[in-house]
Each structure stands twice: as C-alpha cells, then as structure tokens.
Design a protein around this ligand. Structure first.
Ligand SMILES: Nc1nc2c(c(=O)[nH]1)N[C@H]1C(S)=C(S)[C@@H](COP(=O)(O)O)O[C@H]1N2
Ligand SMILES: [Mo]
Length: 564
C-alpha cells in the first residue's frame, strides 16, 4: 500500500498527477481538491480562529463589541415575546448560556458551508466570512453603547478567518484515492485508477497538525481574552473600594418573628449571591464608579448631573427592606427576592430637580430610566412621588450593589415589577410622557404599567416530594407589595381553605413567610395556597401567563404522604 512510500515521494507524485488534471479539480496549491468534510472542517477552524482574534481585540479595547456578544445582544433585542418566554420557561436564567451555545451551533454550520464553497472558489469563502464579519461589525456599531471603533474586533476577526481558511485549504489533503475517488462526483467519472494516489500520510499529518494547532490556539486565545476582559475591569475591585455610609434613615430592626424556622423555606432576606438575576445584558456592564454620572433632564426641569460621590454623600440616604419581583415569574416561581437596600430617596432627588407629579400640574407622567447597556424602563412619575420608598439604590444587603445587580446605582420602586421600575446600571433619568415614549419592553408586548400582583408560593414540601404521615409543616412566602399581606390560606385536595399562620410583618413592601401545620394522611395529596391583601383582594384562581402584566393563578404542589 501507499504506506510503504516515503511521504515526500508521495507528495511529489501527488502534485505531478494532479497537474495533468483539469483546473476545476485542483486546489490552490495545485493538488486535488479536499473532500467536502475536510473543507467544512477548515471552515469551522477558520471561524474559530476569527472569533478568537475578535475576542482578543475586544478584550484589549471593548469586550461588549466582540461579534459574539454584539450579535447575541442584538438577537436578544430582536426575539419576539413568545420565543423569549419559551426560552425563560425552558432554560430559566441559563437562557444566556443557551443563546451563546445556539449561536455557536448556527455559526459552525455556516462556517462549514463556507469552507465547502471555498473549496471550488476561494473568493466565495472570503465573501462568506466577510458577510459574517459585516454582521458582527453592524451589530457592534448599532448597539446602544456602540461607537465607530467597535467594528475593529469583527474586522480583525474576519481578516484572520480568511487567512486561516486559505492556509488550511492549501494544505488540506485532496480527494482520496481510487475507492474514494470513484464515489466522489467531483472527480468526474473518468477516475485515473492507478494515477491518483490517496493523499499521502505526510499531507494528512501536516494538515491535522496545522488544523488542530489553529483550533487549540484559538481556544486558548479566546478563553484567555475572556478571562482578561473580566478581570481587567472587575467591578468587584471598584466595588470593594466603595464604603457605604450610615443611612440617615435606617430600616427598622427586623421583628424576631418575621423569620420562621422551617427547613426548606426561603430565607427572609435573599443573599446577594442567590438573588435572581433577570436582564438583557450578555456580559455584566463594568462601570467605574469614579467616572460614573447620572444625568437628569426632560420636561419641565433644568438638566442636572450627579456623580457617585454626590449620591453617596447625601444627608438623606435611607435604608429599606423591599421585595423585588419579575413580571416573568411564573406562579410558584423563583424570580423574586427580598433585600435590605440603601439609597437616595428618589422623590427628594426629583423634587430638587424641579419635578412636580402630574397631579400637581407637572408636564411629565413618565420617568424613563436608562442604563449603561441601553435598557430603557418607564415608571409612572405619580408612583415614585406618592410617598412610597422609591430609591436610587447604592447598597444591597449591607454591601455595595453587586455587578450583576446594577453596580454602581439602580432603581428600586416598591410595588412595581422590575421591568417598569428597577433599572440596573442606571445612567440617565428623563421626564417625559407615556404618549411620547415607549420603553424597551412596551413594543415587545408587555404592559406600559405593571403593579406587582399579590401572589403566594409553597416552598416546602416541594412538588413531587414525599413526606411522612403526621404533622407536616407546609410553608412558603406571600407578597402583596406596598399593600401588605392580610392572610394566607391553604387547601388540602378539595377541602376547605384553612388559615395559615403568618410570620410577623416587616413592612408592607416585603414578602411574608407563612406556615401551616398539616395533619398529613397517607396517600397522594394536592396542596394549594392563596393570599388576601390588606385591601381585601383575594388572589384569583384563574391562571394566566406572565405576559403582558404578570402571571395569575394559585400555586399548588402534589405530594406523596408515606404511611407509617
Ligand atoms: N439595565 C437593565 N436593568 C434591568 C433589566 C435589564 O434587562 N437591564 N431588567 C429588569 C427586570 S425585567 C427585572 S425583573 C429586574 C431584575 O433585577 P435583578 O436582576 O437584580 O434581580 O431588573 C430590571 N432592570
Ligand atoms: Mo423582570
């Protein structure tokens, strides 16, 4: 077999033979064309190299501007509501990782196809890659925080991918010898049985070595770039340097009985590391608090600017316990958390700037908050100025805001879902009207205004769980922010609603724990919970989706009670 020959000789013969073949069957180096799979592999490796170069370029300039992150962010902005809901239902807060993985799969498929096209015509491959580079560049350029220099990672990446693809295709081994050649339509039937040798072992080895080195270098470069980008401006560092002052208006101490001692029940205060995270930011915005500015402008006021120190040094800082909830939280879901926030009273800040609520003749009924990453959130001016503890939060559970939760400054407004109140990475406040401006989620099918709906949740026993017959503590949380929880009731199977014991109330703006001592009889049982708020409204049993303004329905869990 061919193995017996010296590699060099095989290579030489290989070229000699192919020179007698028609031009259409030659590769750039004059050898036979690589097989489609090989060409596809070349395309994928070239794309990986391009992405890695782009990541390195981004890490050195602006990480959000790399084609992966810029296109990902654009996809997030463009996906229609039903698809986004499905993604949240299926993947929860892992939806971003799934999006990136999905993009990688699509990209690999296109890169493979580009490699195959480039096999017969190199310019087709160049064009395919250029198209991708252009998509990346346009996405980076059109991001809210985008600038002309943001095209750099995409352009450099595309250039690198083209170079790598051309190089790999040049050294790729050609179509295989007799057996393979006969079945390959590209060799056009009149296969030279004896003349076309299988690609030499040397060719193959050289190609495999080159392709795998390129892939390994790309992986190392890409991961290294990511690591460098995240450590370079690590919010945690800036974060540690921030010292939270003592608030002029501290929160009342938590009543002892506000927290029940039941295993499996969510803690009253959600630790920062466990706090749910919902946002459209593919990478956490890295903001330097020392250069951060908040601009306030719009109808009826003169523009003002605040620095982080301006806010930190105010004499009216307040500390409040507020439960934050996401409109996408399904009944029984976990997109809700409770924290002790420190911040600037928003109403006071707005008054200083000359804002009057609409009821007082003010020309603006909507306060639009904008974030560093281009999010816009619309909140009724009337709500933030009606005396509730709306704030520009600087601290969360005794620490500066974590990067994921909006460092250095975010909004928190008791009683309104996060997407209409809780802007993270805040940089701008604009006084306008609901008629004049639609915030980010409104054209995407979510309600313009969305107070949090009263809800209750069973934390323990959990769905599908098994408990021993006897006294079983059934426990959970209930919330009716800014109104307060009046009662929680539990129903076993189709039995009567029975009142649960409520933990002491912290404030009307926080959730409230509850427990019901259940005398559990062996068998399969369904437990259902409902709450009634202090206005006397009982949570409806009618189930509805989160969209457009929050899910309704009652949380139920099915449990098995084992006999003794
Ligand atoms: N900049 C920015 N702020 C944002 C969002 C976002 O996507 N971007 N999402 C909002 C939504 S939908 C919710 S529910 C809360 C969640 O805050 P958390 O992630 O700190 O829990 O942030 C709000 N603030
Ligand atoms: Mo949300």
């Amino acid at each position: 077999m061919m193995r017996g020959r010296s590699p060099r000789r095989v290579r030489y013969r290989n070229r000699g033979v192919s020179e007698q073949q028609s031009m259409s069957r030659k590769n750039a180096a004059g050898g036979p064309r690589p097989r489609p799979v090989t060409a596809a592999l070349c395309g994928v490796v070239a794309a990986g190299a391009g992405l890695a170069v782009a990541e390195v370029a981004g890490a050195l300039t602006k990480p959000e501007a790399t084609p992966l992150l810029a296109v990902g962010a654009t996809v997030i902005d463009l996906v229609p509501r039903p698809l986004k809901e499905l993604a949240i239902t299926l993947f929860g807060t892992a939806d971003k990782a799934v999006l990136l993985a999905g993009m990688a799969v699509v990209l690999a498929a296109f890169a493979g196809a580009t490699g195959v096209m480039a096999r017969s015509r190199r310019p087709l491959g160049d064009a395919g890659i250029a198209l991708f580079g252009t998509i990346g560049a346009v996405a980076a350029l059109t991001r809210p925080e985008g600038g002309p220099l943001d095209v750099l990672p995409s352009v450099l990446g595309a250039g690198a991918a083209i170079a790598v693809l051309r190089l790999l295709l040049r050294v790729a081994p050609g179509t295989p010898g007799p057996a393979g050649a006969a079945s390959d339509p590209d060799t056009g039937g009149r296969t030279e049985e004896a003349e076309t040798p299988a690609p030499g072992e040397f060719d193959r080895r050289r190609f495999v070595l080159l392709a795998s080195s390129a892939a390994a270098l790309s992986a190392a470069g890409g991961l290294g770039a990511r690591w460098y980008a995240s450590s370079r401006l690590e919010v945690a560092r800036a974060n540690n340097a921030v010292r939270l002052p003592r608030p002029a208006s501290p929160a009342a101490p938590l009543p002892d009985e506000a927290e029940l001692d039941v295993a499996g029940l969510d803690p009253f205060f959600t630790p920062n590391d466990d706090f749910y995270r919902i946002d459209t930011a593919l990478s956490v915005p890295q903001i330097d608090a020392t250069t951060w500015r908040l601009r306030i402008h719009g109808r009826g006021i003169t523009e003002r600017e605040y620095t982080f120190d301006d806010l930190l040094n105010r004499s009216d800082l307040m500390e409040r316990d507020i439960t934050l909830a996401c409109v996408s939280n399904p009944v029984g879901g976990s997109y809700i958390g409770n924290a002790r926030w420190i911040g600037v009273p928003l109403a006071a800040l707005l008054q200083e700037a000359g804002v009057r609520p609409p009821g007082d003749g003010g020309p603006a009924d909507q306060l639009v908050s904008r974030s560093h990453d281009g999010m816009s959130i619309g909140t009724p001016v009337a709500d933030v100025m009606d005396g509730r503890d709306a704030m520009l939060a600087l601290g969360m559970n005794g620490r500066p805001l974590p990067g994921r939760h909006g460092f250095p400054v975010r909004m928190v407004v008791p009683g309104l879902y996060g997407y209409v109140s809780a802007c993270k990475w805040l940089v701008e406040l604009e006084l306008t009207t609901f008629d004049a401006f639609d915030a980010y989620w409104v054209p995407r099918g979510w309600a313009e205004q969305a107070p949090i709906k009263p809800q209750s949740r069973i934390d323990t026993p959990h769905e599908g769980g098994t408990v021993e017959a006897g006294t079983v503590p059934v426990a959970g949380v209930a919330w009716a922010q800014h109104v307060g929880v009046q009662a929680v009731e539990l129903r076993v199977d189709d039995g009567p609603w029975q009142e649960a014991r409520l933990a002491a109330e912290d404030t009307a703006d926080t959730w409230r724990q509850w427990v019901f001592e259940w005398e559990a009889e062996p068998g399969e049982h369904r437990l259902t919970v409902r709450t009634t708020d202090r206005d006397g409204q009982t949570q409806t049993a009618r189930a509805s989706n989160p969209a457009p303004d929050g899910a309704t329905g009652q949380h139920a869990v099915d449990v098995t009670v084992a006999g003794r």
